[in-house]
Design a protein around this ligand. Structure first.
Ligand code: FAD
Ligand code: NAD
Length: 403
């Protein structure tokens, strides 16, 4: 008898949790499981701000997928180009795969809101490739500074667009990395500018105001200048144009980093599923309405928080929880018997790191700051490893430097 084909797209948090659960929950005779990912490694998206600043080597933030999946899973290293939902087929750069059940967990793309010049001139914090490129670029600016007869101070200006969690965490790493770079390349720290531009009236919009103050004060002490209530309007070859009310300003900078939001992977939009900025509002079982054979999880999915009638923000926390439910529901679908589980998000809180030894967060409803919060952040990072690869992965890749 022909076995149903289950295809999982993306080996990030959502995809790997789904596959590691499926390989336990589905018997070898019940279904064929295929995992597609553009690299043969998984990366911890939640650690990319460290790799991008150069405070953590990028190899620390990734591991081989083959060490996590078992022989039941057919791994295909390839890039998803498109999904033909009517023909139940995924088009890859190097071939095609048919499916009976599809799990889409392809993560996010940067949301640039159509702002001119961002795609050409700004860096993103999106993958191992982008992290390596950004780290190298910043280092190049420092290395070049003293070689030029006429010193260009703007080489040493780093602009970070967006003071959301990603922007703030990256600034926290820069706060530690820049003094190291100054020392290594004989650059006067006073020549360096780290500028954060945030359009909203506050950094970390929506987060606890006391914790926002703590984070902003901490970063200011490390030399970060905040331009709050100021929007990036355009990115140019040598900087950005910002606006506050009717006033515009050009800021010359050697490095511009766009960390001002995400949308779902464009593959999802292009597949023709009804979506809001690349995110599909899935049903309570994580399926696409009208396509019971397609499950979408992680940053490509959208689930409403009924308490405030707004979507839950896309996080690794929700992606991993969705992965657990998704695996159970795919198993039910494959068997054609049993009851699917309704997804309900158990929000344990969130912690933003401010460099290696400081952080702010709300965990189980309690506010925490400083080394306590930083400790908790590392526990969360290690827990994510544990959930996917058990204790051996934690021992290989975990963070154990707590002070
Ligand atoms: P991802 O984990 O991003 O995985 C997507 C996978 O799909 C990747 O392996 C990618 O290579 C692959 N892929 C993408 N496109 C293709 C394609 N076309 N073909 C084949 N493969 C493809 N959330 C938290 O809860 N806590 C945090 O502390 C936290 N910190 C963060 C820090 C940073 C710097 C950033 C950027 C995000 C952070 N987030 C955090 C958000 C979190 O990382 C995402 O919500 C989470 O990664 C989403 O999981 P996912 O499975 O949807 O996608
Ligand atoms: P975000 O949408 O949370 O924040 C983007 C910020 O950019 C907002 O504050 C917005 O006002 C600002 N912005 C938008 N347009 C702008 C413009 N033109 N000029 C200046 N500022 C502008 O995006 P993010 O920080 O990338 O986070 C993405 C998701 O990942 C979120 O769900 C977040 O919760 C999650 N995340 C979580 C953690 C954590 O838990 N530690 C860390 C990083 C990211």
């Amino acid at each position: 008898m022909r076995k149903p084909k289950v295809v999982v797209l993306g080996a990030g948090y959502g995809g790997l949790i789904t596959v590691t659960r499926l390989q336990k929950q589905i018997g070898a005779n019940e279904a064929e499981i295929t995992l597609v990912n553009k690299n043969d490694y998984h990366y911890e998206t939640t650690w990319l701000h460290e790799a991008s600043a150069g405070t953590l080597h990028h190899d620390r933030a990734r591991y081989q997928i083959k060490n996590i999946i078992d022989s039941r899973v057919n791994f295909v290293k390839d890039t998803v180009v498109s999904i033909d939902k009517e023909a139940k087929k995924v088009v890859l750069k190097n071939g095609e795969i048919e499916y009976d059940y599809l799990v889409i967990s392809l993560g996010a793309h940067p949301e640039t809101f159509g702002i001119k010049g961002l795609k050409e001139y700004a860096f993103g914090i999106t993958s191992i490739d982008s992290a390596r490129q950004l780290r190298e670029h910043i280092e190049y600016q420092f290395a070049t500074y003293n070689t030029e007869e006429e010193k260009k101070d703007e080489r040493l200006t780093i602009v970070v667009g967006g003071a959301g969690f990603t922007g703030i965490e990256f600034l926290g790493e820069l706060g530690n990395r820049v003094p190291e770079l100054c020392k290594e390349y004989d650059v006067d720290f006073n020549k360096v500018r780290i500028i954060c531009v945030e359009a909203a009236p506050t950094a970390l919009p929506g987060f606890d105001p006391e914790l926002v103050d703590y984070a902003v004060n901490h970063l200011q002490k490390k030399g970060v200048e905040f331009k709050i209530g100021t929007a990036i309007k355009e990115c140019i070859e040598d900087g950005i144009i910002v606006a506050k009310g009717d006033d515009t300003e050009t800021i010359k900078a050697g490095t511009v980093v766009w960390a001002a939001g995400v949308r779902g992977n464009s593959v999802v939009e292009e597949a023709g599923f009804e979506n809001m900025r690349g995110r599909v509002k899935v049903d309570e079982y994580l399926r696409v309405p009208g396509h019971d054979e397609v499950f979408i999880i992680g940053d490509c999915s959208l689930i409403i928080n009924e308490e405030i009638n707004r979507p839950y923000p896309p996080t690794a926390q929700i992606a991993m929880q969705q992965g657990e439910t998704c695996a159970k529901n795919v198993a039910v679908a494959v068997r054609g018997s049993g009851e699917m589980e309704k997804f309900s998000f158990d929000n344990k809180g969130s912690v933003a790191s401010l460099g290696e030894n400081d952080a702010v967060g709300v965990v189980f409803g309690k506010k925490i700051v400083g080394t306590k919060a930083s400790f908790m952040k590392k526990v969360i990072d290690n827990r994510a490893l544990y959930m996917v690869g058990g204790p051996s992965l934690v021992l290989k890749k975990g963070k154990f430097k707590f002070l």
